[in-house]
Design a protein around this ligand. Structure first.
Ligand SMILES: [Zn+2]
Length: 329
């Protein structure tokens, strides 16, 4: 049986309606935030920014306007909401809005005003994005690399995401396009959510990526005894530190360091092998056999990878595709 959903703009998994039967582990799919932007008006009161559709072939996504406020005064707002089928009820105002489309009531040939634009996401996915932004600012000169126009702050997160939307009038969109299609999203996602399409990927994408009870335990189960003939450049202590200090693995922010210390005290372990395996970006995939990992951690790695590979304009039409479209017109 199908169920009409909108999908999270960060992770691509469904924003589940509270009426949908959820088990306890899937309640995070119902905890929604809508992102939008605002600026102070002449009286100093915050007003939502207006967006408007791109003119025919004039651009890929919605634009700010028609009278855009200065970027210096704009802010990203986070509005708590709950999914109601494909629409969202804002917690504070009680208003029901449609996300991922600009709804303009008065359709004149020449638009005199735009409309507000909301992007839906899971509360936990936004929390992971906050972690990503924080790690980017502290690790900028160390190990974490990302695109020059990648996600660095709230506003760049907004810019990356909303520019993925095609700026067409009336074009309601349930899934924000993503360059990687959320690593497996297309294998299970239709207009109607059908878990049976690819139950393994669908199940992985629905795993809570934030609170992972077996996080450290699951990692340590992969630790092998050290090969005493192995002479690597860095000591095993160094690799253990790398695992714990968050510089190379900022997505492992909540490791139980005491559990790691007591594991270390219990024998001679090959921390380097574990670190190298964890550095493999494909560990997000359910088919990965290099590590035995909890699916929740694989899902977190997937979301972190999506964030780190994102950049402003990453989904837009290339110039030659745009020229082709003009010719066909
Ligand atoms: Zn999400």
């Amino acid at each position: 049986m199908g169920f009409e959903n909108t999908f999270c703009a960060i992770c691509g998994a469904p924003m589940l309606d509270g009426g949908y039967m959820l088990n306890e582990n899937e309640r995070w799919l119902n905890d929604a935030i809508l992102l939008t932007t605002a600026h102070p008006n002449d009286q100093g009161i915050m007003e939502l920014d207006e967006y408007w559709p791109s003119p025919p072939f004039g651009g890929y996504s919605y634009s700010l306007g028609p009278y855009p406020p200065s970027d210096d005064v704009r802010e990203v707002l986070r509005l708590r909401a709950s999914a109601n089928g494909p629409r969202f009820v804002l917690e504070e105002s009680g208003d029901t809005v449609t996300a991922m489309v600009v709804e303009i009531e008065n359709l004149k040939p020449a638009l005199s005003h735009g409309g507000s634009l909301y992007l839906p996401m899971h509360h936990f996915c936004l929390a992971i994005a906050d972690r990503y932004i924080q790690s980017h600012s502290t690790l900028l000169h160390t190990t974490q690399t990302s695109h020059a126009n990648g996600i660095k702050c709230n506003m760049s997160l907004w810019n990356v995401l909303y520019k993925r939307l095609r700026g067409k009038r009336h074009e309601v969109c349930n899934t924000l396009p993503s360059p990687q299609d959320y690593y497996g999203g297309r294998l299970y996602r239709n207009v109607y959510y059908e878990p049976g399409d690819d139950s393994i990927t669908a199940a992985l994408h629905r795993k809570n990526p934030m609170h992972i009870p077996r996080l450290t335990e699951s990692l340590l189960e992969n630790l092998a005894p050290m090969d005493r003939n192995d002479h690597r450049f860095h000591s095993q202590d160094w690799y253990r530190q790398v695992l714990c200090n968050g510089e190379i693995f900022p997505w492992l922010w909540d490791l139980d360091l005491r559990a790691i210390e007591s594991k270390e005290a219990s024998g001679a372990w090959d921390w380097s092998r574990l670190a190298f395996s964890l550095a493999n970006s494909h560990i997000q995939e359910p088919s990965d056999t290099s590590l035995q990992l909890d699916g929740q951690l694989r899902n977190r790695r997937r979301i972190w990878r999506i964030l780190s590979e994102a950049w402003e304009g990453d989904i837009s039409l290339k110039q030659d595709e745009l020229n082709e479209a003009r010719k066909r017109r």
